[in-house]
Design a protein around this ligand. Structure first.
Ligand SMILES: [Zn+2]
Length: 276
């Protein structure tokens, strides 16, 4: 029987594999706890609605290939649901409200603090979660004193040779990027049939508004009739494997950096005293 949680992340770094006594006794000063967060939402006619949660899990899996197994980094059960109300009304979208998602993360943050950990990473693979996670990260920091980090899979850099300029600007949902990754990791989960390409008229209609920076509030029905934003026609499993490899190395470096980070060391106390 194929087990769901196989591979290095789940075998060596999955926190709930341990007993309460083991978690109690482990050194926590230099540890990092990761909460992967995804979504269950429509991703066009070809991708599974579980795409974002799968991406959170698989990008982490890839990154742990570059992390020594003794490293004190622990992964919590992935939170499969996200805030996907921009896709509500399309079948297969199962969304939490902003307040529910925020409450869940606050509760998990409090529990991590109670268990004696000091660092929490919100490892997010759904763009629609990111604004809320930014805000919630600070709330958790203020309430618990934990060091809280955020990492958005969609914000990781991808070489220009892999994705076209248009795709990098507009291909944010079910396009070349996500389709290539799922083709590489879960090819059996892709629905066969017509592969689509759909971009909104954003570049023609506005000089400044984009999905990345100067943003505007949108629902999927405002910007796409098919449910995708991007070009799935140019996707390939080979490209997906290349992106995984790039992401894996990049994320591994970021995780080690976060694990070694001490927020208390950001102020040079000696020079602060002189100024005071
Ligand atoms: Zn997605």
């Amino acid at each position: 029987m194929k087990r769901r949680y196989s591979g290095r992340v789940w075998e060596d770094h999955f926190l709930p594999r341990l007993s309460s006594a083991e978690i109690q006794e482990m050194p926590k000063k230099d540890s990092l706890v990761i909460l992967p967060i995804g979504a269950v939402e429509q991703h066009g006619p070809h991708l599974p609605v579980f795409t974002d949660t799968l991406l959170a899990e698989t990008v982490l899996e890839e990154s742990f290939k570059h992390i020594p197994s003794v490293t004190n980094i622990w992964v919590l059960p992935p939170l499969p649901y996200g805030k996907s109300n921009e896709h509500l009304g399309r079948a297969g979208t199962f969304s939490l409200s902003s307040s529910t998602l925020q409450s869940v993360i606050m509760d998990i943050g409090r529990s991590i603090k109670e268990s004696g950990f000091r660092r929490l990473l919100l490892f997010n693979a759904h763009g629609g979660n990111s604004d809320l996670l930014n805000l919630t990260a600070r709330e958790v920091r203020l309430e618990t004193g934990l060091m809280v980090f955020r990492l958005n899979v969609g914000g990781l850099s991808v070489e220009e040779s892999l994705l076209s300029e248009t795709e990098r600007l507009l291909g944010i949902h079910g396009g070349d990027y996500e389709t290539s990754l799922i083709m590489a990791a879960y090819p059996d989960w892709i629905t066969e049939g017509e592969v689509l390409c759909e971009y909104p008229e954003l570049l023609k209609k506005s000089k400044f508004l984009r999905f990345q920076k100067s943003n505007f509030a949108w629902t999927i029905d405002d910007v796409s009739s098919s449910g995708i934003l991007g070009n799935a026609k140019t996707a390939s499993a080979g490209k997906g494997r290349e992106i995984y490899e790039l992401h894996g190395k990049q994320v591994a470096e970021m995780l080690i950096d976060m694990m070694n980070f001490e927020i208390d060391s950001l102020i040079d106390k000696a020079s602060a005293e002189i100024r005071g």
